[in-house]
Design a protein around this ligand. Structure first.
Ligand code: AMP
Ligand code: GLY
Length: 425
C-alpha cells in the first residue's frame, strides 16, 4: 500500500516510524514531514492546510490510505475531502472532529450525556462574563472555544486576572474567531492522565495510558507548552480507574457522538483529571497527542496500519491489539525562548542512540550545506523504553547527554518524577 501521513512534528515522526515497520506498506510519504523523518518516509513539501494540493498528490501518487494527524486539517475537514474523492483515511471527519474544535460543543455534549467534567458557563459577551467572574470562586479556568495552538486555556487567580483574560479573549479577539466564545469553568485538582484510544464509532480500544508534562519548567512551573515530555504507562491509571473511565467516560462519549449523528472514527484522546470525586474529562482531542504518541506507540506490538484500516472500516472488534509490558519515557528538547518564541538555524549534533532509544525530530530543517538545524520551538524528543519507568527515564537522559546537542537547548530534568513518586507504583 502507498500511505501518506499529514503533519510534521514529533508525533508524526513516531507514527511514521511505526507505520514504516508494517509489512503492508510499500511507499510512505509525509506531507510536509521533516528531514529527520527521511529514514522512514519520503517528505513532500505540502502544507497541512493546502487541501487541494494534498488531494492532487494523493491522486498522482496512488495513495491508498491517508493518516491525518494534526488538529487543524481534521477540524477543517480534510478527511471529508479525501474520502469523498476515494482516498481512505484514518481520522475523524469534520462533524466528529468538532469534539476538539469547539469546547462549547464538547462541554454541552458532556453535560447532556452526564459525562463527568468541570462545571461551566459559556459566554459570548464580556459584560456577562465579567459579572459572572465577579462572584466566582478562584482559581477559575477560562478557555477559548476553538483551536488556539494549545494556548487557549488560562488559569486565573483573582478577578483582575479574570478580567484581563476575558477582555483579551472576547473583546480583543486574541485567538481571532477561536475566542468569539469562551468557557468559564471550575478549577479541578488531581493528577492528569492522557488516554489515547482507537475507536471505529462502535467499539473503543484504549491504548497504554500516559502522562504529559505541559509546563515549561521543572516542578510544573512557568507557561503551558505543547508538552515537554511524557511517560507511559501512567501509574495513576490503575485497573480500578480504568473500569470507572470505560463505564462513565469512554463508552458514553462514543455513544453520545453516535447519537448526535457524529460518529467518531480515529484516535480519540481523553485528557482526564483524577479528582477526589473521581475521573473527570479536562479535554477531548480528535487526534494523537504530542508528546504522548512518542511514548505510547513504541510500546505497541501490533501492526499500526492494520489497526488504522480496521478503525476506518469499522472492524476494530475483530482485532486483538498487543502491547509491550515495558515502560517508556520521552524528553522534549526545545529551543531557547519556547513557548513564547524560538531560536532557529542552530546546528544540531547527533550521535547514534542506544538500541532502546529513538530520536523523533520535530522543529528541524536541513541547511543548504546538508546540516540538520533547529527550526522551531519543540525541536526533537528522545524516547527510551526499559523494563522499569526509572530505567526508561535514566536511559532517555543518558542518551540526551551523550548523543544530542544544540546550543541553548531547553529541556525539563524532571520528566517522570511525578509518576515515580506516585504511591500506586
Ligand atoms: P487543555 O489545553 O484543555 O489541555 O488545558 C491545558 C491544561 O490546563 C490542562 O492539561 C490542565 O493542566 C489545565 N486545565 C484545564 N482545565 C482545567 C480545569 N478545569 N481545572 C484545572 N486545570 C485545568
Ligand atoms: N499533549 C497534549 C496534546 O497533544 O494536546
Amino acid at each position: 500500500m502507498n500511505i501518506m501521513i499529514i503533519g510534521s512534528g514529533g508525533r508524526e515522526a513516531a507514527i511514521a516510524k511505526k507505520v514504516s515497520e508494517s509489512p503492508l506498506v510499500d511507499d510512505l510519504y509525509a506531507l510536509p514531514g521533516n528531514p529527520g523523518m527521511l529514514s522512514y518516509a519520503t517528505t513532500i513539501a505540502i502544507n497541512v492546510m493546502d487541501f487541494d494540493s494534498i488531494l492532487a498528490f494523493a491522486k498522482d501518487y496512488l495513495i491508498d490510505f491517508a493518516i491525518v494527524a494534526p488538529d487543524d486539517p481534521l477540524v477543517g475537514g480534510l478527511v471529508d475531502l479525501l474520502e469523498d474523492n476515494g482516498v481512505k483515511c484514518f481520522g475523524p471527519n469534520k462533524r466528529a472532529a468538532i469534539i476538539e474544535g469547539s469546547k462549547s460543543f464538547s462541554k454541552k455534549l458532556m453535560k447532556d450525556y452526564n459525562i463527568p467534567t468541570a462545571d461551566y458557563e459559556e459566554f459570548v459577551d464580556s459584560e456577562a462574563a465579567l459579572k459572572y467572574a465577579k462572584t466566582s470562586k478562584y482559581p477559575l479556568v477560562i478557555k477559548a472555544d476553538g483551536l488556539a495552538l494549545g494556548k487557549g486555556v488560562s488559569i486565573v487567580n483573582d478577578f483582575e486576572e479574570a478580567k484581563a483574560t476575558i477582555i483579551s479573549f472576547l473583546d480583543e479577539h486574541k485567538f481571532k474567531h477561536s475566542s468569539d466564545k469562551i468557557i468559564i469553568e471550575e478549577f479541578l485538582e488531581g493528577p492528569e492522565i492522557s488516554l489515547l484510544t482507537f475507536t471505529d464509532g462502535k467499539i473503543l480500544i484504549p491504548m497504554i495510558s500516559s502522562m504529559d508534562h505541559k509546563r515549561i519548567g521543572d516542578g510544573d512551573v512557568g507557561p503551558n507548552t505543547g508538552g515537554m515530555g511524557a511517560i507511559a504507562p501512567n501509574p495513576y491509571y490503575t485497573p480500578l480507574v480504568e473500569v470507572e473511565c470505560i463505564r462513565k467516560i469512554l463508552y458514553p462519549t462514543i455513544f453520545a457522538m453516535k447519537k448526535e449523528n457524529r460518529v467518531f472514527k480515529g484516535c480519540l484522546y481523553f485528557g482526564l483529571m483524577l479528582t477526589k470525586e473521581g475521573a473527570k474529562v479536562i479535554e477531548y482531542n480528535c487526534r494523537f497527542g504530542d508528546p504522548e504518541t512518542q511514548v505510547v506507540l513504541p510500546l505497541l506490538k501490533s501492526d499500526l496500519v492494520e489497526i488504522m484500516i480496521a478503525t476506518r472500516d469499522e472492524k476494530l472488534s475483530a482485532l486483538v491489539v498487543k502491547w509491550s509490558k515495558d515502560f517508556a519515557a520521552t524528553v522534549v528538547l526545545a529551543s531557547k525562548g519556547y513557548p513564547l518564541s524560538s531560536t532557529k538555524g542552530l546546528p544540531i549534533s547527533l550521535k547514534k542512540l542506544d538500541s532502546s532509544s529513538t530520536l523523533y525530530t520535530a522543529g528541524v530543517k536541513m541547511s543548504d550545506a546538508g546540516i540538520l538545524e533547529t527550526n522551531g520551538g519543540r525541536v526533537l524528543s528522545v524516547t527510551s523504553t526499559a523494563s522499569s519507568l526509572k530505567k526508561a527515564i535514566k536511559l532517555a537522559y543518558k542518551n540526551i547527554d551523550k548523543c544530542v546537542d544544540f546550543s541553548e537547548k531547553v529541556y525539563r530534568k524532571d520528566i517522570g518524577k511525578t509518576a515515580l513518586n506516585c504511591k500506586k507504583n
